[in-house]
Design a protein around this ligand. Structure first.
Ligand code: GYE
Length: 326
């Protein structure tokens, strides 16, 4: 695979040294011209602030690592991701990486990559295949744990209350790992106390627009909502607009828990409009570049690379915001 690509590699190596001579400070430029690789990356889309930060992280770290990146945006559609993966196979990239829109339905195309001897790395989201040989590594968060952290905050927040706590839930994209797992982790924790009742749960597609619309319908059919649990900041931010438009105060009349901790979410948290955020880091680029280089060189890598994450209260958000990278 490397020999066939020698011409392209040389050209790319030259490009790196030319750009570095022009003052580009990409750290790797002086080094390993001969291990330069091409990654085909099939992204989900641009549905949220998280996704935008994730795309930026991947593009910037590819540049810094001297990796040639072929980037495709699937606009939220699995069929587009499958097409992109097939095109990466035809182009004979060294490594294919992608963040699966949904969990199921990947075996056929990943078998094609395997037959073509192109290693695959999953980033951010898992697939539900039982054949673990279809990918080398999966780098990303533990979404079940994120859901549990959200539930634990709620249990603690309402520890002195015995009346029912009415919860509405805005789910992520149907079938996506973070939607399935954040729902499951949360449900598991709150199930321990029957006072917690999820009175409505619907998808808001991880977007602000849908988060706002669905929250409007929740507010029309329920006048007794205590808590909103949104699977990401963007849906929570959309819902805040709906809550304010209905004459209610977000963070007070309805307490809000979200996941991600992107800047806009953290700002709303610091203003008391959101009450608690579970962090999910989109900065997966540098680790992906490391993994991809190792995999391309035939080295063995960890099958599961977990992202380290924390949680934020309004006070912690105020402290963290000035240094926040996304
Ligand atoms: O939480 C959400 C995004 O897969 C972790 O996708 C990611 C999720 C993230 O659209 O905002």
């Amino acid at each position: 695979m490397f020999k066939k690509r020698a011409g392209a590699l040389l050209a790319a190596a030259l490009l790196v040294s030319v750009t570095s001579a022009c003052g580009d400070d990409s750290g790797d430029a002086g080094g390993s011209g001969d291990d330069q690789i091409t990654i085909g990356f099939a992204q989900v889309g641009a549905e949220s602030g998280w996704r935008t930060a994730n795309t930026k992280s991947i593009q910037e770290s590819a540049k810094e690592a001297g990796v040639e990146l072929k980037f495709s945006d699937a606009q939220g559609k699995q069929e587009n991701q499958i097409k992109a993966i097939r095109s990466f196979i035809t182009q004979r990239v060294d490594v294919i990486a992608f963040s699966p829109v949904v969990e199921s339905g990947w075996d056929t195309v990943l078998k094609e990559a395997q037959d073509a001897e192109i290693p695959v790395i999953l980033t951010d989201r898992a697939i539900d295949s039982t054949d673990e040989t279809l990918y080398e590594s999966f780098i990303g968060s533990d979404f079940v744990l994120e859901g549990k952290k959200a539930g634990e905050w709620l249990v603690d927040e309402y520890q002195d209350q015995s009346d029912p706590v009415n919860i509405v839930e805005l789910q992520g994209t149907p079938g996506a790992a973070p939607a399935n797992d954040r729902k499951a982790g949360f449900a598991e924790v709150i199930a321990a106390e029957p006072k917690f009742k999820v009175i409505a749960s619907q998808t808001g597609q991880f977007t602000r627009t849908d988060g706002k619309q669905v929250m409007e319908t929740f507010l029309k059919s329920h006048d007794d909502i205590d808590v909103l649990y949104a699977h990401n900041d963007d849906m929570g931010l959309g819902a805040i607009e709906a809550i304010e438009a209905a004459g209610l105060t977000p963070g007070k009349d309805i307490e809000i828990i979200t996941v991600d901790a992107v800047k806009d979410g953290m700002t709303a948290l610091s203003e008391g409009k959101i009450n608690f955020i579970v962090e999910c880091s989109p900065l997966l680029g540098p680790q992906l570049m490391d993994l991809a280089k190792k995999v391309a060189a035939g080295e063995s890598v960890e099958k599961r690379v977990l992202t380290e994450e924390t949680t934020f209260t309004p006070e912690q958000a105020k402290e963290a915001l000035p240094e926040r990278k996304y």
